[in-house]
Design a protein around this ligand. Structure first.
Ligand code: PMP
Length: 422
């Protein structure tokens, strides 16, 4: 029988260490919110392929749509011979996007590629180069998106110098000790010290920071950003790669901010496990690049597009936006109970829908990354996959499929309770 250990040895010999892996086990099969390794060990999956599986592992409806598409064709290159489902998915995403301005959508493979292209489109439309991003933001691993990313270790280490024209401001979050006034002041200061607003193509932000620790932007702050962008002709880009597709209880977290972005990036749970990302934006802005300026060999793969159409159907049929809210409420109540029962290592608990995270702190109330690691290891030994995030590595984030059965959710929470008590 293949063992995890044998595979780990082969991995170490064949794959560079830069691809660090969270757990020393190898997946054999997975179903909804459960995963089995090659030795037959079962895990409850609260990571969901890093927030990709809001519709669970191998949802039968999505799998069937993929099978049906493979039997027709698997690749033509959308920019050589396009296909109806590409257009249909664009139409559905345009109709579902926040704001009433007519929209257009173009597809890519990964979140990073969507972000890169959103910036390209913003530059083409404005004729400017500068981009403002936030501390703690995460936008991808390509060189430009790394430059936008506001977290050094482990992402940017050794990969510099980064491209120019990118300026960063603090992300407002009470728990990080950054007020909204401070953040706005920093933006105004950047305009004085680094780049005139007339040279800024875009401000990019995550409505809820993902890798940065699940910090949500307030509607008031987002509206102020919108106003500043309008005053200076700057494109506002919402990066919804992680917060989108139902994670926060609405299709996009932006809907809860009361603003219309110029451009929005989506990926991860959009296609339920198949590589697909998109840039959705105001039609006039989206049309700024010339024909041939956008694309890529595999972009908008028919297999991934077929999966995404099925994902959208599943969201409606299974009422997953409502389910997202229920899951968030249930987990928050569970954590609150744990805290009240005397588990003092639980710090701040924050959530929007099922986009929920909690901090692990020491007796002095400071970030405790070691205890966070220990909690994740304990959970793993008891059959639960948990992930961390945050600037200080002390945030546990829950990304359980929204399709999770109640029994499995409760079983996962019991394992967390056991780990917290240990
Ligand atoms: N933007 C955000 C907000 C993300 O969370 C991520 C991935 N964690 C990305 C962009 C990059 O996506 P990908 O890994 O698919 O390139």
């Amino acid at each position: 029988m293949t063992t995890n250990q044998a595979l780990q040895q082969r991995k170490e010999a064949a794959v560079p260490r830069g691809l660090g892996i969270a757990f020393p086990f190898y997946a054999e099969k997975a179903k909804n919110a459960e995963l089995w390794d090659v030795e037959g060990n079962r895990y409850i999956d609260f990571i969901g392929g890093i927030s990709v599986l809001n519709t669970g592992h191998s949802h039968p409806k999505i799998t069937a749509a993929v099978h049906a598409q493979i039997d027709k064709f698997s690749h033509t290159a959308a920019q050589i011979a396009c296909y109806e489902i590409y257009v249909e998915l664009a139409e559905r995403l345009n109709a579902a996007a926040p704001g009433s301005t007519p929209k257009k959508t173009v597809f890519f493979n990964s979140g990073a590629e969507a972000v890169e292209n959103a910036v390209k489109i913003a530059r083409a439309y404005t004729g400017r180069h500068g981009v403002i991003a936030f501390d703690g933001g995460y936008h991808g691993r390509t060189v430009f998106t790394l430059a936008l990313t506001g977290k050094m270790t482990p992402y940017k280490q050794k990969f510099g110098p980064m491209p120019g024209g990118i300026f960063r401001i603090p992300y407002p979050a009470e728990v990080l000790g950054v007020s909204e006034e401070e953040s706005l002041k920093a933006l105004k200061m950047r305009f004085k010290t680094d780049i005139d607003p007339s040279q800024v193509a875009a401000i990019i932000f995550e409505p809820v920071q993902g890798e940065g620790g699940f910090h949500a932007m307030s509607p008031e702050f987002a509206q102020k950003l919108r106003k500043i962008c309008d005053e200076h002709g700057i494109m506002l880009i919402c990066d919804e790669v992680q917060s989108g597709f139902g994670r926060t209880g609405t299709l996009y977290a932006t809907e809860q901010l009361g603003i219309e972005p110029d451009l929005l990036t989506t990926a991860k749970s959009l296609a339920g496990g198949y590589p697909l990302s998109g840039v959705i934006g105001k039609a006039e802005v989206m049309d700024a690049p010339d024909p041939g300026g956008l694309g890529g060999t595999y972009t908008g793969s028919p297999i991934a597009v077929a999966a995404a159409l099925a994902v959208m159907d599943v969201f409606e049929e299974e009422n997953l936006l409502e389910r997202s809210k229920q899951i968030g409420e249930r987990i928050a109540a569970f954590l609150q109970e744990q805290k009240e029962s005397g588990i003092s290592i639980i710090g701040d608990i924050r959530y929007k829908g099922a986009m929920l995270a909690f901090d692990i702190i020491n007796a002095d109330g400071e970030a405790d990354a070691d205890k966070t690691k220990a909690l994740i290891a304990h959970a793993k030994d008891n059959g639960l996959m948990l992930a961390s995030c945050g600037m200080y590595g002390n945030t546990i984030r829950i990304m359980v499929p929204l399709t999770v059965e109640n029994e499995i959710l409760e079983e996962g929470l019991e394992i967390i309770a056991k780990a917290l008590n240990a």
